[in-house]
Design a binder for this molecule. Structure first.
Ligand code: DNO
Length: 361
């Protein structure tokens, strides 16, 4: 596996590539081309410049998160074919520049959703949290505004201010789209782009729904094991894979993550590994990566990844805000760096134990 961190580019991130380089074991970053909207065709020169910037800092560009999918593709509107063509052009340019991993999601309207971006924790840190009882009385516009207000000056991936102005219209476009229709639109998209992925060797890694249940009555199709397995078997091509995000799948206590990892063997193209704490039905908060701080067994998760021979990029994910750091919610340097050290430690232990066991055998 390759240890990486997400980086939001020079203009948006409070964390620099030079800082990331000093986190033990990190050799690459996951980033995206800023200044583009879903549906845009990415310029080859801009992709190459982004890659060169990362490489000049002594890191590799391990993957793109995300090349976002235009709503017309998700809703299956007539313009979808044009936007799929754009997506294919972007993929081929990424491939020409040597990029082999693309993360994306197929969530309707909202990407990851939280009710609080800075919930006070008993250890004195703050972390992002979600409580369905807070979301229920809100309308989507109010949620959007609350997320923006709490994010202060930071731009939140998936919550770009320009989406707010047409949120009502977006909801209209999703009317009548149920889970089956959304799934059919996803497979239509994948079947169209897979030949390009094959040509350039690009792994597509869908990001699970976060939280892993419907919000505002919008359909959700990447929340559970059966849905993930259905996706990889319906478009049964090695390039059609998954981002194993423990913090997203883990929002639902019924999701057995090591079991999901085993079921997705060979199709997990990258992993976001972090912990969270369940506080009650529809209520969770993010926490330190350490197993003891949350509800997920991080050792079991890393062991399952090791057992399936996972060798893609892995990254810590949302951290707490600690030590007074001012940073984008979830994406400060300090707690994610602690997370990296912990994941490294687990992996080293698992690897050495397994080598010792096979030497004895
Ligand atoms: C949140 C992230 C998501 C993720 C996208 C992938 O922090 O995990 O925004 O990057 O859903 O398309």
């Amino acid at each position: 596996m390759q240890i990486t961190m997400r980086w939001f580019g020079t203009s948006y991130d409070s964390v620099t590539l030079a800082q990331i380089r000093q986190v033990p074991g990190i050799t690459g970053v996951i980033t995206t081309l800023y200044g583009t909207k879903p549906g845009d065709v990415w310029e080859r020169e801009a992709i190459a410049a982004m890659k060169a910037e990362v490489e000049a800092a002594g890191l590799s560009l391990a993957g793109i998160e995300s090349v976002n999918v235009h709503d017309a593709i998700k809703t299956g509107e007539p313009e979808r074919d044009t936007y799929i063509d754009h997506y294919i052009t972007t993929l081929s340019r990424l491939g020409e520049v040597g990029i082999s991993l693309v993360c994306y999601n197929f969530m309707a309207i909202f990407d990851w959703t939280r009710s609080d971006l800075a919930k006070q924790r008993s250890d004195g840190s703050t972390a992002m949290s979600y409580d369905q009882r807070i979301i229920d009385p809100m309308d989507p516009e109010a949620l959007f505004k609350a997320m923006q207000a709490q994010a202060q000056q930071y731009s939140l991936a998936g919550w770009e201010p320009e989406r707010l102005s047409h949120i009502k219209r977006l909801f209209e476009r999703y009317q009548g789209i149920d889970e089956e229709q959304l799934f059919a639109n996803l497979t239509y998209f994948l079947k169209a782009i897979i030949p390009t992925c094959e040509q350039y060797g690009i792994n597509m890694a869908i990001h699970p729904d976060d939280p892993a249940w419907p919000v505002f009555g919008l359909p959700r199709i990447i929340s559970r094991k059966e849905q993930l397995v259905r996706l990889i078997t319906t478009v049964d091509n090695p390039y059609n894979g998954v981002t194993l995000c423990t913090g997203s799948l883990g929002t639902n206590p019924h999701n057995d993550i090591p079991d999901i990892i085993t079921a997705l063997k060979g199709r997990i193209h990258c992993a976001h590994v972090r912990n969270l704490r369940h506080n009650g039905p529809g209520n969770f908060e993010e926490c330190a990566h350490l197993s003891a701080d949350g509800s997920l067994d991080m050792f079991a998760i890393m062991k399952a990844l090791y057992a399936i021979g996972f060798d893609g990029p892995i990254r810590p994910d949302h951290g707490r805000a600690i030590w007074g750091e001012q940073a984008m919610p979830g994406y400060g340097l300090y707690d994610r760096a602690l997370g990296v050290c912990y994941l490294n430690g687990l992996w080293e232990g698992i690897t050495k134990m397994s080598h010792n066991a096979s030497n004895k055998a």
